[in-house]
Design a protein around this ligand. Sequence first.
Ligand code: 6R9
Length: 646
Amino acid sequence: MSDNVFPVPEAVAKAALVDDAKYKAMYERSVTDPNGFWGEQAQRIDWIKPFTKVKNTSFDPHNVSIKWFEDGELNVAANCVDRHAATRPNQTAIIWEGDDPADSKHITYAQLKDEVSRFANVLKARGVKKGDRVTIYLPMIPEAAYAMLACARIGAVHSIVFGGFSPDSLAGRIEDCGSAVVITADEGLRGGRKVPLKANVDAALKKITGVETVLVVRRTGSAMDMTAGRDIYYDEAAAAVSADCPVEPMNAEDPLFILYTSGSTGKPKGVLHSTGGYLVYASITHELVFDYHPGEVYWCTADVGWVTGHSYIVYGPLANGATTVMFEGIPTYPSPARFWEVVDKHQVNIFYTAPTAIRSLMGAGEGHVKKTSRASLRVLGSVGEPINPEAWVWYYNVVGDARCPIVDTWWQTETGGILITPLPGATALKPGSATRPFFGVQPAVVDAEGNILTGATEGNLVILDSWPGQMRTVFGDHERFVQTYFSAYKGTYFTGDGCRRDADGYYWITGRVDDVINVSGHRMGTAEVESALVAHPKVAEAAVVGYPHDLKGQGIYAYVTLMTGIEPTEELRKELVAWVRKEIGPIASPDLVQFSPGLPKTRSGKIMRRILRKIAEDSFDSLGDTSTLADPGVVDDLIENRQNRK
Ligand code: 6R9
């Protein structure tokens, strides 16, 4: 292997569930005999009625249809809760870590069963039945998991809306899926600041009709306006019901949840996931990608409002009887040492976070990391965007003390679970590469015409055949599902991502295809330029977009956040341009560099390039909805200091 390679340490391979030889054999079987492979893997969960058929899928754009285990029956809550409550009642299921470091608690599987059953009975008492949609707008408190599993228990379909979304976004999502019940909290608590969730629900419900019940979980205890007949405090409703609730047998293809996600066009899509395939896939990926061993403490720092929180805080870990950490706060509160202090406090073995968090903590300096032990850590994970090699190496050396493999997991809301990833005991790592496909996943690289490219190459990433965790449709709009994912490259699932495959068969995700810049006919991944900029010792974070350029077609516009304490100067601007030129080549030289103290990010940490592109185009009066930004204020500064003034 030519690149910078981190081989699997022998001791890690020996103790791991899957080593390289096993990976290769299992992968081969998974793609040559999917019925045999997945039929066996599906035995990791309990079926109320066994399935007789495994895979029945078609990517033909005239007839897109995805069914797995289609005549089987099961219940997700029975699998994530009851079967463990029966066999390991006193094991901790959830460790909740509050925003305030003094606030934490352990919930055992026995307690989880009571809480989920009670919650289910409250929903039933408000008239919720199998197939009904329930919108959840909660902070990161255990009730979020109880509510999800309560829906699953009675066959209701949850739609979680991230607590950072505005009343408008919330209203649109409630209306689209037609929920009659909304579950929220009085207020959320993040980084010491209160989030007015109930007030947002009230504002959202002024815009739409159809919601009959608002269940309000008390988090901060502040006094709320309660609408009589509609709003009820959860604790009062829960006190009136029993902690016994039978599980509803569900067909494998019955819907489990809807999760809205934005595409490159139009309003957010309601991505629909179903019961059997999703659970099998969440379970196997959680176990094998993180090499989860019974008794270990696993922490995914995502929010349950995102797919990562669904699959890798709740469904995957709990299906596996794991101990999963749920964190209410933010990485920098009360200090940038928080993550590592929590790792020590709860003796976390597996830690899964996003590159944006890594980069921001990297900017704060390694002192915050080094003052903690982190000896319990065994495996590290990354998700959400390409991780630039500098952040990877920092994560590996500083956080993991060069002991812990990093699994860089590529996947999407649409895929339900991880598709391209290293396995800790099997895969030699290359910083910045998501490496190889997971079992049953057949990636391919196609050119603009849809020709499948072979060998070391670069192009658009498609997946050739179905895997059990795949989304089944866009809620209420199957045609949009077909159009968005199956019409660009006929007969394949189009991911919307670009990628490179190297001579070792490793995949390097280069970012959304719509983030590619064409400079004088040369294609340039924005991630590549960003990665180069972030490699500069004075740069904490960078975002790069294309903008119309008279001579080159597109020019490169770089927004750069400097390390704490570094002065933005004209000299540094020139230095950075020269740096990128040196790192990648003259073609990658940024034409414009704007120093920006903050970048416009969603609460999940994704940079909103749409906004950056507009500002770079000097057309900032049509920025669209900025209400979903973590800090809408950064936009004003960006506009004020824009570099491309006509
Ligand atoms: C799980 C999640 C999906 C998009 C995806 C890609 C980017 C996610 C990545 C990654 C490079 C990784 N992405 N993980 N890019 N390396 N390890 O993030 O889902 O919010 O739907 O985003 O995120 O561009 O297409 P979602």
